[in-house]
Design a protein around this ligand. Sequence first.
Ligand code: PLP
Length: 390
Amino acid sequence: MPRVYMDANATTPLLPEVVEAMRPYWMEQFGNASSIHQDGQQARAAIERARATMAELFNCHDAEVVFNSGGTEGDNSAVFGLLHPGDHFITTSIEHSAVLQAAHRVEQNGVEVSYIDPGPSGLIDPEAIRAALRPTTRLISVMLANNETGVLQPVEEIGKIAAEAGAFFHIDAVQGAGKIPFDVRRFGCHLLSISGHKMHGPKGTGAMFVRRGTPLESLIVGGSHEHRRRAGTENVAGIVGLAKAAELAMHSLDDGTFTRLAGLRDRLQEEILRIPGTGVNGGWAGDRPVPRVANTTNIWFDNLEGEALVIALDLKGVAVSGGSACHSGATQPSHVLLAMGLDKTRARASLRLSLLKTVTEADVDYVLKVLPEAVEQLRAISPVAAGTLG
Ligand code: PLP
């Protein structure tokens, strides 16, 4: 049985070039980048080369790149590093928990937080952000691409609103990195977080754009690493791997990879939608398509449990994610889909298919063979279909 991985928004494998780039930095060139001897300076040079690559990805100065441990740390740093009691913070109800949980914590410590809901299309209306502004608004944080629906948010317009209001603007760009071209100046943000493992780099690596002059307090203190923005001995191999992944991602953005990927995603989506009782979450605003990253679609299926479909597909060799997340041992319908107005049953009966950029026609053919069969089998025995599930 083939194994087809369609859960790229959860994580991606390292590309061979990334492994090769990292290899020397574990054994031969193991130096500590803070040491003044040659071994240390080799490590320092590797980090600074990687920084220049990340600056190219972000379109910023090298000194505005801070290496860290990934998306969660970047998101936490933005919230904890800028907000103080009495400040007002605007974010959205569809952010990743790395932003939402940080928001809940600062809320307990005297920060007022406004959570903006999306429309049914999954899009945040910039005017809703404007309407939420207060004289005390210090930070706005909105994601670039939603991890569940792939919907791209109007960050440029939000950046302009932030600038007019004199507020800092953070973008969680974890799901946009390597999928759409970046430009932090065009986005108008002060902070932007990305994660290595979502773009074929190593897990536990990430980077943040921190605009020069932004008074961001460091989340992790200790040594004077990363221009005093993030203490801790640098993960040299990880940083080199992240930069290699970024370099490869920049090539992919230019060589037609994403047009091919969008074509395969669209074929997959169209064919699945032929199954009766299905629809796309976040694909459309009325009859207007909503901008999405090329690799993601999120589809609801009437009369079945999404989790049962995830398991059935796994048994047939296909890895995807459902519309529920496990919190404290119980599965809860996705907060993103609920915020878009789906009812709990439909949110639970949703599936996220997120394609790797290395996906093949044969992978899509295989999923299109096994998915309709699995849906039919599950509907035949479904307590949801039989109306026996509360
Ligand atoms: N932000 C978004 C939108 C994500 O999808 C994720 C991971 O799923 C994160 C943040 C957290 O990133 P990391 O896994 O690198 O901590």
